[in-house]
Design a protein around this ligand. Structure first.
Ligand code: AMP
Length: 377
């Protein structure tokens, strides 16, 4: 592909906040956007055309591909078949291969294992009796997860004793599942990186993530005290994975860290919540570099500009006057109606040092009550 620039229309599958932030990053580059999303897609209203149609709508397919130069996705549960069909007409980056792996936790874990990326023990579970057999091998505690369509901690249950096991398979809908060993990790980290059409990988620094009930609530960038060995495990793992998928664009891999060992938890074939800090704390954001990569433009440095703490706004927007009271605070609102457990925005708190960024984040959290690593629930 020859590089494309101002005036280029980019097609995006999905119309959530990630699409909104891609469009925000693409505007200065002169890109315009067309989003395909079957829902109301509040977050992207005003950021491009919204094609509201079911994924299997043939008319919508034609209207979507007509006049777009390249297609990307901001939502990973788009039917792989649709992505293949689009790819026969317009380049889709990243492509169907990445989706096929990322949509199914079993495929994901198998791919990690094949590539020599360490991950926790896992077994496929297709029935109640299969769960019993898998537990005999994995032991407890363990986590039962649906293979597909799980996100933000949905579609999973921690099994600690016999009472948790009873009915657990049916409670998740009786669908194909994966049982994995529970990891008593020290912390969770993730690596967000961007891969070019030529296959160069540019990682941002490793970051530390905190979750509350399965939802990301806070990212500290960079992660504190990352040893050379941990950095290498993360970067080599992500490189092997991205190469194996011939990946183009931004991707993320989440890891559990115990001591100096990383175990891969899951990948996201798209820009990722743990990369939102890059909007204010990196030389080039994950959104901008994603767009540059998929349009064959030169990338900007994926380097740290300022230490940053990202706090998600979950369930409630919060009062902007409070959120912005703290020096170094940048608010990113998604334009979505608040609902319990729904991500509606985030705040990036930057500092000239990591300590300063953290102090600002703690001050804001303290103000909001509790000092817990969650802003609003
Ligand atoms: P996931 O949807 O797989 O990313 O899981 C959401 C969150 O649940 C993770 O970020 C962890 O905090 C927790 N979690 C998931 N799987 C495990 C596991 N095997 N061991 C310990 N914690 C887990």
């Amino acid at each position: 592909m020859t590089p494309v620039g101002p005036g280029t229309r980019i097609g995006v599958l999905g119309g959530g906040q990630l699409g909104r932030m891609l469009a925000e990053a693409g505007r200065p580059l002169g890109f315009t956007f067309r989003f395909w999303d079957p829902g109301s897609a509040e977050a992207i209203q005003g950021f491009g055309d919204h094609l509201r149609a079911a994924w299997d709508d043939d008319d919508a397919f034609e209207r979507f591909v007509e006049g777009v130069e390249v297609v990307t996705l901001e939502f990973e549960n788009v039917p792989v078949e649709l992505v293949r069909r689009i790819a026969a007409r317009v380049p889709v980056r990243p492509g169907a291969a990445a989706l096929e792996v990322a949509q199914d936790r079993l495929n994901e874990k198998r791919r990690f294992t094949e590539l020599g990326i360490r991950t926790n023990a896992f077994r496929s579970v297709d029935s109640e009796s299969g769960l019993g057999a898998a537990l005999d091998e994995i032991g407890m505690p363990a986590v039962l997860k649906t293979r597909r369509l799980g996100y933000d901690g949905k579609g999973q249950r921690v099994l600690r004793d016999a009472a948790d096991v009873e009915g657990a398979f049916d409670a998740l809908g009786g669908v194909p599942c994966i049982l994995e060993a529970f990891v008593p990790f020290d912390r969770e980290v993730s690596l967000v990186a961007v891969r070019t059409l030529e296959g160069e990988l540019h990682p941002w620094p490793l970051v530390e993530n905190r979750h509350h009930e399965g939802i990301l609530v806070r990212t500290d960038a960079p992660a504190d005290g990352v040893s050379e060995s941990v950095r290498r495990q993360a970067e080599e793992g992500v490189r092997a994975l991205a190469d194996s998928l011939d990946y183009v664009g931004t991707l993320a891999v989440e890891f559990f860290q115990t001591g100096d060992v990383l175990l891969a938890n899951e990948m996201a074939p798209r820009v990722h919540n743990s990369g939102h800090w890059t909007q204010d704390g990196a030389t080039t954001s994950q959104f901008e570099n994603h767009l540059r990569a998929i349009t064959a433009l030169p990338l900007g440095p994926a380097s740290l500009a300022r230490p940053t703490v990202m706090l998600n706004l979950i369930g409630e927007r919060g009062d902007p006057a409070t959120l912005l009271e703290y020096e170094g605070s940048r608010l990113h609102d998604y334009g979505k109606s608040p609902r319990p457990g729904r991500k509606v925005g985030h705040v990036n708190l930057v500092g000239s040092t990591a300590t300063q960024a953290r102090q600002r984040a703690e001050a804001l959290l303290g103000h909001l009550g509790g000092g817990e690593p969650i802003v609003c629930t």
